[in-house]
Structures are given as structure tokens and as C-alpha cells.
Design a protein around this ligand. Structure first.
Ligand code: HEC
Ligand code: HEC
Length: 274
């Protein structure tokens, strides 16, 4: 097994959080706020985890055997943040009973074994490939788990998830998937809820001759982005495809409000008016 340099993977947010919690003044402030609002704050960061895991490690096959406990715990916290999971995703144990009952050295879980391969992959990307940039001076930044995973165990794009739901169970399933993902993840770093995602998915539907479905999804996009000229333009195209020329014209004219004087839109309008 190749040995790898672990510093690259510790998640900088986790380190920042740890520093913030060590700062007794901010802790005092948090406690005061908690008391005022009668809220129950779960103080769970690194110290609490560290207290529950052994001081020495017995089954490290990829990480350096002399890794300190703090560095290992930092890295493991980084994994959970990067993948949006908890320790039991990779380790055998019952979270209800606390981490001290976990069998961390066990390799029983497939995800733990996959994570080792990922560690080696990330090492190869950083050491073999990124290091060659700028005539061997190296990259300015390193790839970490979060670079690809951004909070998801399976790092899929939103339009891919929708396309899969659509392929498996049809349009309604894709719509429900979108609503549920949006409800759960909006505002986080996992999925792109920007203007173009649903347009890309609508493109795929249109390519599959699902014109009505494509129109439905663009209308959903317009609920969130009422000023999306691109959405109106795409609607124009789709209605044209359906030979609904007056609907097409209406949408091109709406698009023109957001892109005044844009030649492709003007051409479409001219052609339809003939
Ligand atoms: C994405 C998978 C993944 C997650 C999530 C994860 N770990 Fe790990 N953990 C690993 C891998 C892989 C190793 C073994 C690394 C090696 O072989 O060098 C490991 C090793 C360990 C070890 C050392 C075990 C030993 O004695 O060999 C401890 C302790 C540990 N993890 C604790 C945790 C804790 C605590 C959490 C939750 C905060 C956690 N891990 C979350 C993948 C994970
Ligand atoms: C270059 C992008 C990239 C980086 C960096 C990366 N991963 Fe992954 N990871 C993937 C992709 C893509 C998959 C999905 C592979 C598949 O199953 O088809 C994946 C899958 C996984 C899985 C299995 C998920 C499942 O349910 O099938 C685990 C666990 C995992 N990665 C952990 C990690 C950890 C831990 C790190 C950091 C050490 C990491 N990954 C870094 C791209 C990446």
C-alpha cells in the first residue's frame, strides 16, 4: 500500500471550527445565547469525538502509522463533512450507543475500503499530476475530498439525478425529486440550483422528444428565476417545435425584454411574423 501524506486532506473548515471552539470567549458567548433562548446546544466537535476513540490505531493501511490522534480525528471529521455522512457510513458501530462502542479498525464496511482507494487517488492527483503544473512548480491548490464530493457521498450533478429519476420513473418522479432535493439542500454546497441547471435538464428532455416535459421544467425554472430571459427563449424554441407559433412568438418577445436587441431573438421573431 502506498503511504500518503495526510495533511492535504484535513478539512480547513473543521480546523477553523476547532479553533473557534477552543476560544473560550466565543464559547462563553454561545453558552450565554443558549441560556437566553433556552436552546439545547450540542457541543459535539473534535474534543468530544477524540474522547471516545482509542489513542492508538491498529489498522492503518494507507495513512501514516504515526499520525497523531488530532490529525486523524480532524481528517475523519473532514470526511464526514465532505461526504455529508457520519462515522457509521464507513465504520461498524451503533451511533445510539456512542462512538466508544465503535470497531474503528474493522474493514467490514465497503465504504471504508472505497475511501482508502479514494485516499490513494487524491494522493496521485496531487503528487503526480497537479505537481507537474507550471513547469514542475506545482499547483496553487490541492484536491481534497470536498472538491468533488461537496457534501454528497455520490457526487452527482443535479441534472444527472433528475435525468436518472426521469429514466427510471418518468416526469412526475423527476419533478418530485427536484422538489425534495431543493427542500433538503438549497443553500448548501451540494447542488447547483442556479438558473441553468433546469435548462440543461430541459434540453435533455427535448432531445428525447419530451417537449411537454421540457416546457414543464422551464416553467418550474421561471418560478424561481422569473427574469430568466434564457428560459423564455428556450420556451420559444420548444413551442416552435410543437408548431404553436403564437405561443413561441410571445415567449421570444418576453426574452427580448431581457436581452434587448439580441440578433438571434430578433431573427426568430421576424421569421415567425412572416
Ligand atoms: C468516508 C469513510 C470514512 C468516514 C466517514 C470516517 N472514516 Fe474513519 N477511517 C476511514 C478509513 C479509510 C480509515 C483507514 C485509513 C487507513 O487505512 O490508513 C479510517 C480509520 C479510522 C480510525 C483508525 C482505526 C484503526 O485503529 O486503524 C479511527 C479511530 C477512525 N477512522 C475514526 C473515525 C471517526 C471518529 C469518524 C467520524 C467522525 C470516521 N472515522 C469517519 C474512513 C472513514
Ligand atoms: C476527483 C473527484 C473525487 C475526489 C477528490 C474524491 N472522490 Fe470519492 N468519489 C468520486 C466519484 C466520481 C465517486 C463515485 C464512484 C462510483 O461509484 O461510480 C466517488 C465515490 C466515493 C465513495 C463511494 C460512494 C458510494 O456510495 O458508492 C466514497 C466512500 C468516497 N468516494 C470517499 C472519498 C473520500 C474519503 C475522498 C477524499 C479522500 C474522496 N472520495 C475524494 C470522486 C471523488
Amino acid at each position: 500500500m502506498p503511504r500518503i501524506h495526510y495533511k492535504n486532506y484535513s478539512d480547513s473548515n473543521t480546523e477553523r471550527n476547532a479553533r473557534a471552539c477552543n476560544n473560550s470567549r466565543s464559547l462563553l458567548m454561545i453558552l450565554t445565547v443558549a441560556i437566553i433562548f433556552g436552546a439545547i446546544i450540542t457541543v459535539s466537535p473534535l474534543q468530544k469525538i477524540a474522547a471516545q476513540i482509542p489513542d492508538s490505531f491498529t489498522n492503518l493501511k494507507t495513512l501514516p502509522k504515526d499520525i497523531s490522534k488530532k490529525e486523524l480525528v480532524d481528517m475523519m471529521k473532514g470526511f464526514t463533512f465532505a461526504l455529508g455522512v457520519r462515522c457509521e457510513y464507513c465504520h461498524v458501530g451503533d451511533p445510539e450507543k456512542g462512538l466508544s462502542g465503535f470497531d474503528f479498525p474493522s474493514d467490514e464496511k465497503e465504504h471504508k475500503r472505497m475511501a482508502r482507494i479514494m485516499l490513494q487517488m487524491v494522493e496521485a492527483i496531487n503528487k503526480e499530476h497537479l505537481a507537474k503544473l507550471r513547469d514542475g512548480e506545482g499547483a496553487k491548490m490541492k484536491v481534497e475530498c470536498v472538491t468533488c464530493h461537496h457534501g454528497l457521498s455520490e457526487p452527482k450533478k443535479l441534472e444527472t439525478v433528475l435525468a436518472e429519476a426521469y429514466a427510471d420513473d418518468g416526469l412526475d418522479a423527476a419533478r418530485m425529486k427536484y422538489d425534495s432535493i431543493r427542500a433538503e439542500y438549497y443553500g448548501g454546497h451540494s447542488y447547483d440550483f442556479g438558473e441553468r441547471t433546469l435548462l440543461k435538464f430541459a434540453d435533455e428532455l427535448a432531445d428525447d422528444n419530451q417537449t411537454a416535459g421540457a416546457i414543464e421544467f422551464i416553467n418550474i425554472n421561471l418560478e424561481y428565476y422569473p427574469e430568466s430571459g434564457l428560459s423564455y427563449y428556450t420556451l420559444g424554441n420548444l413551442y416552435e417545435k410543437l408548431d404553436k407559433n403564437s405561443e413561441a412568438l410571445k415567449n421570444y418577445e418576453k426574452a427580448l425584454e431581457f436581452f434587448p436587441g439580441a440578433p438571434p431573438i430578433l431573427q426568430k421573431i421576424d421569421a415567425l411574423k412572416k
